[in-house]
Design a protein around this ligand. Structure first.
Ligand code: AMP
Length: 396
C-alpha cells in the first residue's frame, strides 16, 4: 500500500518522499487512518517500528498550519525527546508549523523565548515541562492532541504522577495517543483515565531482537573482564559497537581505559551534562566514535542506525534490560551481534536471559586469549535450580 492512499496532506507527503519513505510500515498503515479520524489510540509498538511517523504524520496533517499551541508530546528521556523533535522537523519541513523542544539539562532562556514566540507543538520531558508550567511561562489550555510515548519507561523512571498532572492541565476534549509496551495496573489506570474509547494497535509486528540478533556469552574470570573486552574489540570486525555497563562509574572507568588503549570512545550516562550527552550521541551516530560506552540510559528507544555489535561488559540486571540493550543492534530486521561477558557470579542472571530469549546462548572463547581458570569455561549443562527468573525486579 503506498503512502498516497492514506489521505496525508501534500506537504507531509512531499517531506516523507524526500526522506525516502516509500511504503508505510505495518503500524503506520494501522495507525494513520485511525488518527486522521480523530480516534484515541492505545498502541504497544516499540521504537524501531516507525512509531514516530505513525503518530506524527496524521497529527501534522490534522494540524495543517501555524496557529495556537495544539499538540503536546511527552517523552521519558532527553534523547528520545530530541529524536522525536528531529523527526517532526523533517516531517513538517514544508509546513509553517512550529516545534519547540523542552527538556532538562539546558538553560531555560531559549525555551522561554521559543514559547513566547508562539509554537504549535511542544515535545517535552515531564520534569522540565512542569517547571515551565509552574513558572507560568505557558499553559496547556489549547491542547487538542496529547501523545504519551513510552509510558512504561515513564513508569520505570517515576514520572507517572507528573504525566497524570500534565494530562490534567490539558482540556478534557482532546485526542490522546498512548504508547506502551506493557500494561501493568498503574498504566492501565492512567490509560482508563486519559483515553476515550481507544482503538488498539497490535504488538509484535516487528520480529523481536531476540530472534534477529546473534547472541553469544563470553565466560571469563572476574579479573580478566577488561582484558577480554580489549581482545574482543581486536577480534571483531565492527562498524560501530555499543558497550553497556551496569553503573555510571563503570562506564567512565571503562571508557578511560579504552581511550588509554587508543580506542576513540563516546560515553553516555545520566551524570553527564546535556552538552556532553548530545556530543557523545552525535559523534557516535556520525561515526566519529566507533565505540560508545553507556549505561541502560541508552538501552531503550534510541534509534541509532547501523550498530553492528552490542557488548554487555556487565550482565544486565534483568532479562528485560537485556532485550532492550540488544535491541540497539539488529534494528529494522538487520542482523546484529550481542556479546555478553559473563563471570561465575552471573550464573542466575544468564539463565534468566536464556529463559527470556527462549533458547540456550552459546558460550564462546576468544582465540589465543590467555584465560585464567573459571568453572564457566567448562560449559556444563544448566542445573534446573539456576533457571528460576531473577533477583529483585519484577518480570514484566
Ligand atoms: P521509529 O520507530 O519512529 O523510531 O522509526 C525507526 C526508523 O525507521 C527511523 O529511522 C525512521 O526514519 C524509519 N522509518 C519510519 N517509517 C518509515 C517508512 N515508512 N519507510 C522507511 N523508513 C521509515
Amino acid at each position: 500500500m503506498p503512502f498516497d492512499s492514506l489521505s496525508l496532506s501534500e506537504p507531509i507527503q512531499r517531506a516523507i518522499r524526500e526522506m525516502g519513505y516509500e511504503e508505510p510500515t505495518p503500524i503506520q498503515a494501522q495507525a494513520i487512518p485511525l488518527v486522521l479520524e480523530g480516534r484515541d489510540v492505545i498502541g504497544s509498538a516499540q521504537t524501531g517500528t516507525g512509531k514516530t511517523a505513525a503518530f506524527g504524520l496524521p497529527i501534522l496533517t490534522r494540524m495543517g498550519g501555524h496557529g495556537a499551541l495544539r499538540c503536546l508530546i511527552l517523552e521519558p528521556t532527553r534523547e528520545l525527546a530530541g529524536q522525536v523533535d528531529a523527526a517532526f522537523r523533517q516531517f513538517a519541513k514544508y509546513t509553517d508549523l512550529r516545534i519547540c523542544l523542552l527538556h532538562g539539562g539546558v538553560g531555560y532562556g531559549p525555551q522561554r523565548q521559543a514559547l513566547a514566540d508562539g509554537t504549535d507543538i511542544v515535545i517535552a520531558t515531564p520534569g522540565r515541562l512542569i517547571d515551565h508550567l509552574e513558572q507560568g511561562t505557558f499553559h496547556l489550555k489549547s491542547i487538542e492532541y496529547l501523545i504519551l510515548d513510552e509510558v512504561d519507561r515513564m513508569l520505570d523512571m517515576g514520572f507517572l504522577p507528573d504525566v497524570r498532572r500534565i494530562a490534567g492541565y490539558c482540556p478534557a476534549k482532546k485526542q490522546v495517543l498512548f504508547f506502551t509496551a506493557t500494561l501493568p495496573p498503574e498504566i492501565e489506570r492512567l490509560a482508563a483515565w486519559t483515553l476515550r474509547d481507544p482503538a488498539t494497535i497490535e504488538i509484535g509486528l516487528r520480529r523481536s531482537p531476540a530472534e534477529t540478533v546473534r547472541h553469544a556469552f563470553y565466560p571469563v574470570a572476574m579479573d580478566q573482564k577488561f582484558e577480554l573486552l580489549l581482545a574482543l574489540l581486536d577480534a571483531l570486525h565492527y562498524e560501530s559497537v555499543l558497550i553497556f555497563t551496569r553503573t555510571k562509574m563503570a562506564a567512565d572507568r571503562i571508557s578511560e581505559r579504552l581511550i588509554a588503549h587508543n580506542h576513540p570512545v563516546a560515553v553516555l550516562h545520566s551524570d553527564r551534562s546535556q552538552a556532553e550527552r548530545t556530543e557523545a550521541l552525535a559523534g557516535f551516530k556520525s561515526g566519529k566514535f566507533e565505540v560508545m560506552v553507556a549505561t541502560d540510559l541508552a538501552s531503550r528507544g534510541l534509534d541509532i542506525a547501523g550498530i553492528t555489535h552490542v557488548i554487555n561488559f556487565d550482565v544486565p540486571e534483568s532479562p528485560d534490560d537485556y532485550i532492550h540493550r540488544i535491541g540497539r543492534t539488529g534494528r529494522a530486521e538487520a542482523e546484529g551481534d550481542a556479546l555478553t561477558i559473563i563471570t561465575a557470579d552471573d550464573l542466575r542472571a544468564i539463565h534468566a536471559i536464556e529463559h527470556a530469549v527462549g533458547k540456550r546462548i552459546p558460550r564462546q572463547k576468544v582465540e589465543n586469549f590467555p584465560y585464567h581458570y573459571t568453572t564457566l569455561l567448562e560449559d556444563r549443562p544448566i542445573p534446573k535450580s539456576a533457571t528460576r527468573p531473577k533477583f529483585g525486579r519484577k518480570r514484566r
